[in-house]
Ligand binder design. Structure first.
Ligand SMILES: [Zn+2]
Length: 420
């Protein structure tokens, strides 16, 4: 006995002997006893006893002793293995449990977070619902005013709210795009609007970003929770409109602004004439006098075709929006990432060096989306439409794909497809 392992066990035996106060056989003694033992089979009841004692000790450790929490019954690696096991079940026979787990993984992906499943599903639902509700409020407002022509004038909507709402529109430099505050003494809302972008606008009216910022602040004014917050003494915040802030209230105000300037009844017929492309998005943006970014996001969200919009900023993927048909086809977001594909990085670098141009390139589905159980989709070709937005140091990529590529196969699996 000279190996490290033997020395280690000899040491353990000595210590155990001290702690337990009983004589523990040394390794040599145990080995000698084992060698000397007669080779007798165990009686059936002895086997049962051993099995029962092992089972008892396992359940006791996990469930009964020391009040171990239910969550602790499986460690994190075990949970991962279990999930993988369920997801990688034998293909063929449907399994309720596995289907549920796949659904949960999808929700996790949609929430773009590694937090607990229930938590992220709840967050994602909450965010989706609150943004949809904000957009609905804007659409209702447009209908109640009876607006049916474009471009929609948010200044006229704001003026109609006078004297409860006053606008202070000037160049506020880089302080903010807009800010809404409540004056307790006069009982008035004051909307500070930065018009610095108008200096670069050669057409009639205001720059699309000024219009969006005003519509965003109108969101804070018209949306119930936002308005009450300010009236109850809440601190006004400096808004950076156009999807540059992650917080729920900012996303709600952005959703309100997009729906106010591009109400679905006016934009949906145009968007769904055909698959989206940079040219078509520019036409729509021109028509509604909205920025390319907000038009692209709004168009993707209401598109009847499978498509997505990816936002690249600071050298990484920062946000993404997906059309409903894309989600129904089983293609899910990959979430934020600092890792860019080589060709995407070169587009990003070209944009920074000011010589990037719009460009269409081919990719494959797995480079942009998670497909989980629909792994046969991973090599489906996708079109990447690169659209640099230099004023915002942003590269947006419209991803389009042929719906026949994703819906023809296994269409029966997806109850919500239009084909059904
Ligand atoms: Zn805001």
């Amino acid at each position: 006995m000279n190996s490290d392992a033997d020395n280690f066990w000899a040491n353990v035996c000595r210590r155990l002997r001290r702690v337990l106060g009983r004589d523990i056989p040394s390794i040599e003694e145990a080995e000698a006893e084992l060698n000397a033992a007669k080779d007798l089979p165990l009686a059936p009841n002895q086997v049962d006893e051993i099995v029962a004692s092992v089972q008892d000790s396992l359940t006791a450790d996990v469930w009964d002793e020391g009040g171990v929490a239910e969550d602790a019954a499986l460690s994190a690696p075990e949970l991962c293995d279990w999930s993988a096991l369920v997801l990688n079940r034998n293909p063929g026979a449907p399994e309720e449990f596995a289907e549920e787990r796949i659904q949960e993984v999808r929700w996790e992906a949609l929430a773009g977070s590694k937090k607990g499943i229930e938590r992220s599903r709840f967050d994602w639902l909450l965010q989706q619902q609150s943004q949809e509700k904000a957009a609905e409020a804007a659409e209702e407002l447009v209908q109640s005013i009876g607006i049916d022509t474009v471009p929609i004038d948010p200044f006229a909507i704001a003026r109609d709210e006078f004297p409860l709402l006053c606008i202070d529109c000037r160049d506020f430099n880089d302080r903010f795009d807009g800010q809404l505050q409540y004056e307790m003494r006069s009982g008035q809302f004051v909307l500070l609007l930065n018009n610095k972008y108008d200096a670069f606008w050669t057409q009639q009216g205001h720059h699309p970003r000024t219009r969006f910022s005003l519509a965003h602040e109108l969101g804070h004014y018209f949306l119930e929770g936002h308005r009450d917050y300010l009236k109850n003494g809440g601190v006004p915040h400096a808004s950076q409109a156009e999807y540059r802030r992650d917080s729920l209230v900012e996303r709600e105000a952005d959703a309100f602004a997009a729906a106010l300037l591009m109400p679905s009844m006016l934009i949906a017929p145009m968007v769904n004439e055909a698959e989206l492309s940079r040219n078509r998005l520019e036409k729509i943006a021109n028509y509604f006098q909205t920025s390319l970014t907000s038009t692209a996001i709004r168009s993707v969200l209401i598109s009847d075709f499978p498509c997505a919009l990816i936002g690249i900023a600071d050298g990484g993927v920062r946000w993404s929006f997906h059309s409903k048909p894309l989600i129904q086809a089983g293609c899910y977001p990959k979430g934020k990432s600092d890792h860019l594909l080589k060709r995407v990085r070169s587009h990003w670098e070209m944009m920074l060096s000011q010589d990037g141009t719009e460009h269409v390139q081919q990719g494959i589905l797995m480079e942009w989306f998670e497909t989980y159980d629909r792994s046969h989709l991973i090599n489906v070709p996708v079109c990447e439409h690169y659209m640099p937005v230099r004023t915002m140091n942003l590269l947006i990529i419209l991803i389009t794909l042929d719906e026949r590529d994703v819906f023809d196969v296994d269409a029966d699996d997806f109850e919500e497809t239009d084909d059904d």
